[in-house]
Design a protein around this ligand. Structure first.
Ligand SMILES: C[S@@+](CC[C@H](N)C(=O)[O-])C[C@H]1O[C@@H](n2cnc3c(N)ncnc32)[C@H](O)[C@@H]1O
Length: 302
């Protein structure tokens, strides 16, 4: 398959093998992006299969394949049940979620996701939502910023960074990514500055796009939508997401504590496959450095 310049799909073979159980089943690609995973799965599905894809970024629509079995819904995957019900779909055979941002979003500097270059502080996947990165940076209280950098960026300098942002914005509003990088570099104690800034950007992006809330919604709704034997396949790129996925797959809740019924039977609807998480092969890492932090987890609906 020719890699898409929009986004090179990660762990393509592993995802497809995990996702499909019935070649004429109903499947969901919750994060369509460049459509790499969708196109590959369509190439092995039968004539009466259906593939419903979601992406909240309207730019993904440029990658839609010409295939009657396929449909793209431009929406947040947190609304998956409503959209599927509207299409008359009550149950699905498999769902793939390849979380985070696409290379297209990262490389398009104007969107403000990247620590390279200089752009307006935006970071919205769906540009019709109101909250932008600049709103977070300029109007969140110092305590809110501290919590954000402590919990989502997991950096030691969470307090110093929040204080530096508050001091700077008292002089003038912080509008561009380069300004944020300059402030971040002033407080960074990590010798790997890019890694530090990437964490700071990631934290703000998670907040702007309410990524963890959307993921929780998706996991809960997916568990209810999957048929027994159906597969939930999730690829995450940082520990906050991976923890939610891991806990939910093993226990059916986000704390990871398995609750049992009166007879000692676990109260959960999914069973994780053994040997999780799966990481990209050495060969894939060499070809696609962006696959570096990917972790793939697969669970079966009981
Ligand atoms: C890593 S890319 C997916 C790449 C895709 N698998 C491919 O092969 O090209 C993640 C995509 O998910 C979308 N996305 C992230 N969170 C979303 C959400 N809550 N609802 C819908 N789409 C979302 C992003 O806009 C992005 O296009």
């Amino acid at each position: 398959m020719m890699p898409s310049p929009y986004h090179v799909p990660v762990m393509l073979r592993e995802c497809i093998e995990a996702w499909v159980t019935d070649e004429n089943g109903v499947y969901v690609d919750a994060t369509f992006g460049g459509g790499g995973h969708s196109r590959e799965v369509l190439s092995i599905l039968g004539k009466s299969a259906r593939l419903i894809a979601f992406d909240r970024d309207p730019a993904a629509a440029e990658n839609v394949p010409d295939d009657p079995r396929f449909r793209l819904i431009q929406a947040n995957f947190s609304l998956i049940s409503n959209h599927l019900r509207f299409l008359g779909i009550e149950h699905i055979d498999g769902l793939l979620a390849d979380l985070g941002v696409s290379s297209h979003q990262l490389d398009n500097t104007e969107r403000g996701f990247s620590i390279r270059g200089d752009a307006p502080l935006d970071m919205r996947m769906d540009r019709s939502i109101k909250l932008k990165a600049s709103t977070v940076v300029n109007s969140y209280s110092r305590e809110q910023l501290e919590q954000l950098f402590r919990n989502y960026a997991e950096i030691r300098e969470w307090r110093a960074l929040a204080a530096a942002i508050v001091a700077e914005r008292q002089q003038k509003a912080i509008k561009r990514t380069a300004e944020l990088i300059r402030i971040g570099e002033g407080v960074c104690r990590d010798p790997k500055r890019n890694r530090f800034m990437a964490k700071v950007f990631q934290a703000i992006r998670i907040e702007v796009n309410a990524e963890l809330e959307a993921l929780k919604e998706l996991l809960q709704q997916a568990a209810a939508l999957l048929k027994p034997g159906g597969r939930l396949v999730v690829m995450s790129y940082h520990s906050l997401e991976d923890r939610l996925v891991k806990n939910f797959m093993r226990s059916g809740n986000f704390s990871g504590q398995i609750e049992k019924d009166f007879f000692g039977k676990p109260l959960r609807s999914l069973k994780p496959l053994p040997g999780m998480p799966i990481s990209p092969s050495e060969e894939e890492l060499k070809e696609n450095s962006r696959s570096r932090s990917a972790k793939l987890r697969i669970a079966i609906r009981e």
